[in-house]
Design a protein around this ligand. Structure first.
Ligand code: QAP
Ligand code: CO
Length: 167
C-alpha cells in the first residue's frame, strides 16, 4: 500500500519517534508499505515519521535498480572521525528543493533488522549521510533546519503556496 507522505511545514514532522520493542508483523507490514511508497516516489530513504508513524524505523535503497533494500530499526550512529562532508540533500517531505548540508563522513551504524536481529555496519559517503538525514526525521528534524532562516522561509512559503493551490 502506498502511504501519504507528510510535507514541510506539517507540524507532525516534528514528532519524536519512539523506539520499537519486539518487531511485530504489523511493523513488517509498515516496512513493506514504506518500501512501496519510497520506490514509487521515487526516493532513496524514508523514515516512518514521514508517513505519520512515530516509531524508530527507516528504510533505504541506494542502488540504481531497487536491489538493495535496507531496514534500520532503532538506529544509532557512532562517529568514527570528525571529518565533515557537504552533500546536496533532498527529501520526499520537501519536494523540489535540494541544498548542501554538512554531515559526519564516517560512522558505525547500529540497528535491528526486520527480524529484530541486531547488526552493525561501517558507513561512509552517501550511506553515512543518508542515515543521519533519516535519523534526524526520527527526532523531528529536517534538512531545511540546517539552512539559513532566509532560505528555509523561502522554501516554506513556496510549499505553503503549492499546498494551498493543490487543496
Ligand atoms: C534523503 O531523500 C537523502 O525533492 C532521501 O521532488 C537525499 O529520497 C539523503 C525526492 C539525498 C542524502 C542525500 C526528493 C524525490 C527524494 C524530491 C530522498 C523530489 C522527489 C528524496
Ligand atoms: Co527526508
Amino acid at each position: 500500500m502506498i502511504l501519504e507522505i507528510l510535507e514541510y511545514p506539517d507540524p507532525r514532522l516534528r514528532t519524536i519517534a519512539k523506539p520499537v520493542g519486539e518487531v511485530t508483523d504489523a511493523d513488517r507490514t509498515l516496512i513493506d508499505d514504506m518500501f512501496e511508497t519510497m520506490y514509487d516516489a521515487p526516493g532513496i530513504g524514508l523514515a516512518a515519521s514521514q508517513v505519520n508513524v512515530h516509531k524508530q524505523i527507516v528504510v533505504m535503497d541506494l542502488s540504481d535498480d531497487n536491489s538493495e533494500p535496507r531496514v534500520f530499526i532503532n538506529p544509532t550512529v557512532e562517529v568514527l572521525d570528525g571529518d565533515l562532508e557537504a552533500m546536496q540533500e533532498g527529501c520526499l517531505s520537501v519536494p523540489g528543493f535540494y541544498e548542501d548540508v554538512e554531515r559526519i563522513e564516517h560512522c558505525i551504524i547500529r540497528a535491528k533488522d526486520r527480524d529484530g536481529a541486531p547488526f552493525e555496519i561501517e558507513a561512509r559517503g552517501l550511506l553515512a549521510v543518508c542515515i543521519q538525514h533519516e535519523m534526524d526525521h526520527l527526532n523531528g528534524k529536517l534538512f531545511v533546519d540546517y539552512l539559513s532562516t532566509l532560505k528555509r522561509n523561502r522554501i516554506r512559503k513556496k510549499l505553503e503556496k503549492f499546498h494551498k493551490q493543490s487543496a
